[in-house]
Ligand binder design. Structure first.
Ligand SMILES: Cc1cc2nc3c(=O)[nH]c(=O)nc-3n(C[C@H](O)[C@H](O)[C@H](O)COP(=O)(O)OP(=O)(O)OC[C@H]3O[C@@H](n4cnc5c(N)ncnc54)[C@H](O)[C@@H]3O)c2cc1C
Length: 295
């Protein structure tokens, strides 16, 4: 199929791109990797009148460590991160999540920030940034730059806090910290398909083994990444025996959708199972991190 007619702009500076968005408002769409937008346009699910192709913007593909975080610029491809051991070592949850994002062909074009802006509720990178408590940098010509906490960025199915005249210019993923362990688990119909359910987990242990943070997020079970309320399990020494209870608590208030890929009941059972696996691995990796501190 072919897309509906549209006007195409290929700005050579961010200011020019922002001016185009300010001019055309909700008529315009940013084109980054095109791995979600182009299929949607070809199927006529999206019919933007104006395309602002940001692929020629200089210096927008930066990936760098700064202030305890990994900053990923708007044109950094998912595969750029995957090929950067230093970045993956800095953010282990990303290292585990990225191989689940589509196929290497789509990751070669698809951008990290494009995935965040697209806000598919089954997508891995939105889930990872919410669990890590990262932030998204948005810029407009009228209001300049603002940082939006990942927990506030995703609003509903393909809806974010981004305004029509804003571009995501970067994202910040908090780097690995002392005593933290991370795990990502996913089940999809075939490798490379969107997750039926995905779980990301980050656990922090004090040197005495007490859990100071238990963060667990679920993808594919709601209209946006769902962060489970698990603060009740902080301040305790957690053992393997506690994990089924925590996994049940993590899914207690979800109301998963039913669709061709799975019923609500199936998704809930899957979420419970994956949550328990993710908790087991994250706790084990946090313990290893703590042992490393003690030596
Ligand atoms: C076969 C296939 C399988 C896939 N499987 C998965 C999967 O398993 N998991 C997964 O997460 N994704 C999957 N994807 C989607 C892929 O990860 C996309 O790359 C990603 O969703 C969008 O990134 P993009 O750079 O391609 O954005 P685009 O397709 O260019 O844009 C997507 C949307 O985001 C907006 N946008 C993009 N960048 C910006 C920006 N900087 N500022 C403001 N708005 C912006 C666009 O206007 C558009 O509305 C798959 C895609 C394909 C084709």
């Amino acid at each position: 199929m072919k897309p509906a007619p549209f006007d195409y702009y290929c700005p050579r500076s961010l200011d020019e791109a922002l001016a185009l968005l300010a001019q055309y408002g909700d008529e315009a769409k940013v084109l980054a990797g095109g791995q979600s937008l182009v299929p949607a346009m070809n199927m006529r699910l999206a019919r933007p009148g104006v395309i602002v192709d940001v692929n020629r913007l200089p210096e927008a593909a930066v990936i760098e460590r700064c202030d305890g975080s990994l900053r990923v610029g708007m044109l950094a491809r998912q595969a750029d991160l995957e090929r950067m051991p230093v970045a993956l070592d800095a953010v282990p949850l990303l290292a585990q999540a990225l191989p689940h994002v589509g196929h290497w062909q789509t990751r070669n074009r698809g951008t990290v920030c494009g995935s965040l802006a697209h806000a598919d509720p089954s997508a891995e990178l939105p889930l990872a940034i919410v669990v890590l408590d990262g932030a998204i940098e948005a810029r407009s010509s009228a209001r300049g730059t603002r940082w939006i906490a990942a927990g506030q960025f995703f609003e509903s199915y393909f809806q974010t806090a981004l305004q029509n005249d804003e571009i995501v210019v970067g994202a910040s993923f908090p780097a690995r910290r002392e005593g933290w362990g991370y795990a990502f688990e996913e089940f999809a119909g075939r490798h490379g398909d969107f997750a039926i359910v995905a779980v990301a987990c980050a656990v922090a242990l004090e040197p005495n083994g007490v859990a100071s943070e238990v963060r667990l997020g679920l993808g594919g079970v709601a209209d946006k990444p769902h962060l489970a309320p698990l603060t009740a399990y902080c301040g305790r020494v957690l053992s393997q025996r506690d994990l089924p209870e925590i996994a049940n608590a993590a899914v207690a208030d979800i109301e998963p959708p039913s669709d061709l890929r799975g019923s609500a009941r199936y998704r809930r059972a899957l979420a419970t199972n994956l949550a328990q696996r993710a908790l087991t691995r994250a706790l084990a990796s946090a313990r290893t991190a703590c042992d490393g501190l003690a030596q």
